[in-house]
Ligand binder design. Structure first.
Ligand code: SF4
Length: 200
């Protein structure tokens, strides 16, 4: 509803009159503040967007998010949130959000919806094929060696067990335990290029 200049002056005047007459508006203000979240469920969580890891309070009502704010008890952000964190509810309430795996075949112009089973099988197949094709068991490296009391550069064939054909860009949406398991998995495959979107 639009408020005209006249309405605004009337409202301001009413506020001034209440103040002049010694009437307190605080119970009405308190009631107005209370309404939004008074019956909502309060859940604390961590912002998934970046490595700062701000604490959040999420209010839900009937399964819907009705408010997100910084957690004042959280030692990292003490109640504040950046604009990105403040709009975190859009992760869920967003018509543009894609919730199913999409696939665009090489050379195709359109994306198609695929099942999770199919997508995971394809990722596994391509990961295995790329790793097999790019895996290096050893690599020639330079080391210092003592020869007749003198330090000289020499080359040796060192075990590296790595693949430079695959890289990983992780996500700030992962928690500590997930990151630990993910890192173990990637190192087990022999990945060297392991990055994180919050650090780029
Ligand atoms: S994106 Fe913003 S709110 Fe979220 S953790 Fe980073 S700084 Fe905090």
């Amino acid at each position: 509803m639009g408020v005209s200049r006249r309405d605004f002056l009337k409202l301001s005047g009413a506020g001034m009159a209440a103040s002049t007459l010694g009437l307190s508006l605080s119970p009405i203000e308190a009631k107005a503040e209370e309404l939004a979240i008074s019956h909502a469920k309060e859940t604390t969580t961590i912002c998934p967007y970046c490595s700062v890891g701000c604490g959040m309070i999420v209010h839900t009502l009937g399964g819907n998010i009705i408010n997100v704010e910084g957690d004042p008890d959280h030692p990292i952000n003490e109640g504040s949130l950046c604009p990105k964190g403040s709009s975190v509810y859009q992760l869920r309430d967003n018509k543009a959000r894609i919730t199913k795996p999409m696939y665009r075949a090489a050379g195709a112009s359109a994306w198609q919806e695929v099942s999770w089973d199919w997508a995971l099988d394809e990722i596994a197949k391509k990961t295995k094929a790329t790793r097999d094709a790019s895996f290096q068991a050893t690599s020639t490296i330079k080391v210092k060696e003592k020869v007749a009391g003198l330090e000289v550069d020499t080359e040796i064939e060192a075990v590296v067990n790595r693949t430079m054909g695959i890289a990983s860009v992780g996500s700030a949406a992962l928690d500590n335990e997930e990151c630990y398991l993910y890192q173990k998995f990637l190192r087990g495959l022999g990945l060297v290029y392991i990055e994180h979107q919050a650090r780029i």
